[in-house]
Design a protein around this ligand. Structure first.
Ligand code: PEP
Ligand code: MN
Length: 469
């Protein structure tokens, strides 16, 4: 570990006693995976000092609100929809892209609310999802070894721009702030697309049967919305917030770059108890990835100290005993819904691993939010080497997870997707029946393949059908 780094402390940390010797920088004493080596440590230090003083992006009151809502999700009284890009880019900070992401998430949630008849809590992978774990730090480009692209917060996608640059940490903060500012504005001003499901086009749905099924859902949804408007009734407070014009949408990203997360971690008054607590004010919700969740290492050390609700990705390599220990470390008080377990096994692995994980959680006495990420275990390469995901594998994993929970006296409480509001062609299949030759039409991702707008709505319709009471 670097001595300079150790001196980089969050100023707030000097004013109080911390929990069990946890501080926003106690992770620095641990082994760390996916670390970034910056050439110029003084430059990093200057950036960290600046980031220590930037204003919060979100507030303790908002974070608490999400904590309470996730408690409801864990208790099966609400459902969680989390989605967004694999790698958000600084370039996605534009009016059009922000609006299209919001539109798809809100429309999906409306369809799921209709099907499940319970409130849907929405969390976007947005306003800070700029860091990517990579399987290898270097890659070959034109016969030379260069750094892999690790997300806009670290380096640039252009092969000439791969050196980690500390200034990008600052740029990540300001792009998050600008994105969130616009999200807050449009949500505060009423988001017209939500009000008119009857205008959603279904022309892309090739199968007549599917189109009719979707149309029936849309008609019934439209009826329900019109009825509510006619009688002047709002949606119940926790389903679509206080009215159709004010919608809750929370922001999340993978908490990978701890230099950044440390700076966003502030000792603030919990508005409910008046006690000082450590909140990460850079996002409402952070998750730890499948590659960095080792029990004795830096990321889990960081995650155990923050008040925010957190996610843990759970893949096939997670041992049952390890899962129990992890839950006790990050949530010693067994707060209901504090931890969201985001399972991502791959469609052929669900039955092999999920029952053991469900059993472990039951034995642990923790009440978690169980969500399914049917994307990350189902990434394939086409014969021409393009990274893709098959819509059918995604649906297969999702339906196996739903059934496995049922068969083990448990319940799936939410879903986690990589998606975009745009008409990209990155995943194969869906109601528009994209094939592998179609992929090249509009393949735009800089990391993993995402569901496009239509495929995302397909998924929502399928979830609504599964949940329909
Ligand atoms: C991701 O969610 O983009 C990701 C890298 O997931 P995982 O940690 O599950 O591989
Ligand atoms: Mn991904």
């Amino acid at each position: 570990m670097d001595v300079d780094n150790e001196q980089v402390s969050n100023e707030n940390s000097n004013n109080h006693a911390s929990d069990d010797e946890w501080t926003p920088y106690s992770w620095r004493t641990k082994k760390i995976k996916q670390n970034v080596s910056y050439e110029n440590q003084e430059h990093l230090q200057r950036v960290i000092e600046k980031l220590n003083h930037v204003p919060p992006l979100v507030t303790p009151a908002e974070i608490n609100k999400l904590r309470h809502q996730l408690e409801q999700v864990a208790l099966k009284k609400a459902f969680l929809l989390q989605g967004g890009d694999c790698a958000e880019l600084f370039d996605y900070c534009s009016q059009e892209q922000i609006e299209s992401k919001l539109k798809v998430l809100l429309q999906m949630s409306l369809v799921i609310i209709w099907g499940s008849r319970i409130p849907v809590i929405r969390i976007a992978r947005m306003c800070g999802q700029y860091a990517k774990p990579r399987s290898s730090e270097m890659e070959m480009y034109e016969g030379k070894e260069i750094h892999a692209f690790r997300g806009d917060i670290i380096n640039g996608y252009e092969p000439t721009d791969r050196k980690p640059d500390p200034d990008r940490l600052l740029r990540a903060y300001f792009h998050s702030a600008a994105t969130l500012n616009y999200v807050r504005s449009i949500i505060g001003s009423g988001f017209a697309d939500l009000h008119n499901p009857d205008k959603w086009s279904l022309n892309h749905v090739r199968s007549k049967g599917t189109r009719q099924e979707y149309q029936t859902i849309i008609d019934r949804l439209t009826d329900a919305l019109n009825f509510m408007k006619t009688i002047g009734a709002d949606f119940p407070s926790s389903s679509l917030s206080n009215s159709l014009n004010s919608i809750d949408l929370f922001m999340s990203h993978e908490g990978l770059i701890l230099d950044y997360e440390q700076c966003m971690t502030r000792l603030l008054k919990d508005p409910e108890t008046g006690n000082l607590k450590w909140y990460n004010v850079g996002a409402h919700f952070l998750w730890v990835g499948d590659r960095t969740r080792s029990i004795d290492e830096a990321h889990i050390e960081y995650f155990r100290g923050i008040r925010n609700p957190i996610g843990i990705k759970v893949g096939p390599s997670m041992q049952s005993d390890e899962l129990k220990r992890l839950l006790n470390i990050v949530n010693p008080n067994k707060e209901i819904g504090k931890v969201t377990l985001i399972t991502r096994y791959g469609c052929d692995n669900v039955e092999k691993f999920l029952p053991g994980h469900i059993k472990a959680v039951k034995e642990s006495g923790h009440v978690v939010v169980w969500t399914c990420d049917p994307m990350h275990g189902n990434t394939k390469k086409t014969s021409s080497g393009v990274k893709t995901r098959y819509f059918n594998s995604i649906i297969e994993e999702l339906s196996k997870v739903i059934h496995t929970h049922k068969n083990n006296e448990s319940q799936l409480n939410g879903v986690h997707f990589e998606l975009t509001g745009e008409e990209v062609t990155e995943c194969i299949g869906g109601s528009m029946e994209l094939s592998d030759v179609d992929l090249e039409q509009n393949y735009k991702t800089y990391c993993d393949p995402r569901l496009n707008y239509k495929q995302s709505l397909d998924v929502a319709f399928l979830i609504a059908k599964y949940c329909e009471k």
